[in-house]
Design a protein around this ligand. Structure first.
Ligand code: DX5
Ligand code: ZN
Length: 230
């Protein structure tokens, strides 16, 4: 499954590009929300998220890179987002964030930054619908993929199999045509597709999107039973 990251779309033609990607059959849109504090950058905000939701029925997974994630949850619910996650070192107890999502019927995720080990997720593992594993430093598109982190995917995949846990594994940062096979082979279900993948601006967006989805699906072991619309 693929989740194009709208950070890499043409923002001045966002609606048009979303419709092209919708027709190509994407599984989700990955929406980066930043506050300029948790990370030194800004990206989408909640108003743009609401506008995106109005023009497309495709599910969205919201990646919060903000200091105060709990303050965003009501508006995520108002936008009827399907999935949302935050980082472990934002303010507040991650458990409270998960409670807030659960109360509003949003599927729950936590994000691992490159320096976070898988063991940090242990207290919440059984509650998670998905885990976002970052292969670049949060904050900017276009950074190189760090293959030395691939072991985290096998660790998570082994964990869920041995304990019968249902969480999906989403990979974010530096995903490319070249490394997608390895990423899926190591256990990923959902690939965030940006500047090195379907949004590389190297040709027709619809064709690139469909081709990248086919590439990920041909390698994905879990895709069939772990759909986004569950
Ligand atoms: C980085 C963001 C990513 C980013 C990925 O902070 O979380 O979602 O958009 O872009 P690429 O695929 O270009 O690394
Ligand atoms: Zn992201």
């Amino acid at each position: 499954m693929i989740a194009p990251t709208l950070a890499c779309a043409d923002w001045l033609n966002l609606q048009e590009e979303i419709h092209i990607m919708d027709r190509a059959g994407v599984d989700s849109y990955h929406i980066d929300i930043m506050d300029g504090h948790y990370v030194p950058n800004l990206c989408f905000n909640l108003d743009i998220l609401a506008a995106i939701r109005r023009v497309s029925a495709t599910p969205v997974d919201v990646h919060l890179m903000v200091t105060n994630p709990l303050d965003y949850v009501d508006r995520l619910a108002a936008c009827q987002v399907q999935l949302a996650c935050t980082h472990l070192d934002s303010w507040g107890d991650p458990g409270e964030f998960l409670d807030a999502l659960e109360d509003r019927g949003i599927r729950k995720g936590l994000a691992l930054s490159p320096e976070d080990g898988v063991e940090r997720l242990e207290p919440w593992l059984e509650r998670l619908d998905y885990i976002l594993v970052m292969f670049v430093k949060p904050g900017f598109s276009g950074q190189p993929f760090r293959p030395e982190l691939l072991g985290k995917l096998t660790q998570l995949d082994t964990l869920r199999r041995s304990r019968g846990l249902p969480f999906l594994i989403e990979v974010d940062g530096g995903v490319s045509w070249e490394n997608a096979g390895d990423i899926v082979k190591n256990g990923a279900d959902l690939l965030v597709s940006g500047a090195f993948a379907s949004l590389d601006r190297q040709g027709d967006l619809g064709e690139r999107t469909a081709a990248f989805r086919a590439l990920s699906a041909s390698r994905c072991r879990h895709a069939a039973e772990r759909g986004m619309n569950r």
